[in-house]
Design a protein around this ligand. Structure first.
Ligand SMILES: [Zn+2]
Ligand SMILES: [Zn+2]
Length: 276
């Protein structure tokens, strides 16, 4: 193995780092909970907790010997391992595109958090956050769904953090900025675990006391609703706030018809004439 290969981040290394991070999170506090969702190019689903897993069944099985491993960690590690294996085996025939259904995965996480909040015992307040680890490119086609999820997260007081492995993501920069999370494109992907433990493990309150990487310049471009292109300047419908890259007299979202006004000078002259 040469030096370059050693420094590359493979999927198995990435998963190992993720598992250490997940275990550390659970270890931080006995009340800490965890859910892991994978966002693939054609589907998003829970890696942990498993949909089929039944707490009662697990409790019965808990009597078996686990080589001294903490049962919660072992169950989680095993679940994620088997789910990832299934995912890889099942997606052999799927055509890969370099984007993932991140908007869907984000909505799933928000639904999960909402459920947890409802199931939370009275008197205990849940403080939830979402960490997105992303290696795929942004897909402007998901802009609308993604931003809707981000504003929902903001309303639910859910902080969104982003850990970027490949190219920068304008969508996630906006998401982190809006929800007060941490956005970082890590300079050395091979050191993923260090960044996870250093930047993302502390909760937002403790982060204020740490000297973390500075905030990035946020790319606040929006995607036009007509072509899904990211644009700096465009036209906004005054009724539904849809964004368009070209002027159109009828808003394609809410069907509002816009009157094309004459330039103000002409209109003034005309009114004077009419008065005279
Ligand atoms: Zn357009
Ligand atoms: Zn409109």
């Amino acid at each position: 193995m040469n030096k370059n290969q050693e420094k590359q981040l493979t999927l198995s290394k990435c998963l190992d780092s993720l598992m250490v991070f997940a275990n550390s999170h659970l270890m931080m506090h006995h009340m800490n909970k965890l859910a892991i969702i994978s966002a693939h190019s054609n589907a998003s689903f829970f890696l942990y907790p498993k949909r089929s897993s039944n707490e009662n069944v697990q409790a019965v099985n808990g009597d078996e010997s686990h080589d001294g491993k903490y049962e919660l960690f072992e169950r989680m590690n095993e679940d994620v391992k088997t789910e990832i294996k299934d995912l890889v085996l099942n997606s052999v025939e799927v055509e890969f595109e370099n984007d993932s259904l991140i908007a869907g995965a984000l909505s799933m996480s928000l639904c999960y958090i909402h459920r947890m909040e409802k199931e939370c015992p009275v008197g205990i307040k849940l403080s939830a956050r979402v960490l997105v680890i992303k290696a795929a490119d942004d897909n402007p086609a998901q802009y609308m769904n993604f931003m809707n999820s981000v504003f929902t997260a903001q309303k639910q007081n859910v902080v969104i953090d982003a850990c970027i492995l490949e190219s920068d993501s304008g969508l996630l920069q906006q998401a982190c900025d809006i929800t007060g999370g941490m956005y970082l494109k890590i300079p050395q992907p091979a050191g993923l675990l260090q960044y996870l433990l250093w930047v993302y493990l502390p909760d937002p309150v403790s982060r204020e006391k740490l000297n973390l990487p500075p905030r990035v310049q946020v790319d606040y471009r929006a995607a036009c609703f007509c072509h899904r292109n990211l644009i700096d300047i465009g036209y906004v419908c005054s009724v539904c706030l849809s964004i368009f890259c070209n002027f159109s007299p009828i808003c394609s979202t809410c069907q509002t018809t816009f009157k094309i006004m004459a330039p103000p000078k002409l209109a003034k002259k005309k009114s004077k004439k009419a008065a005279g």
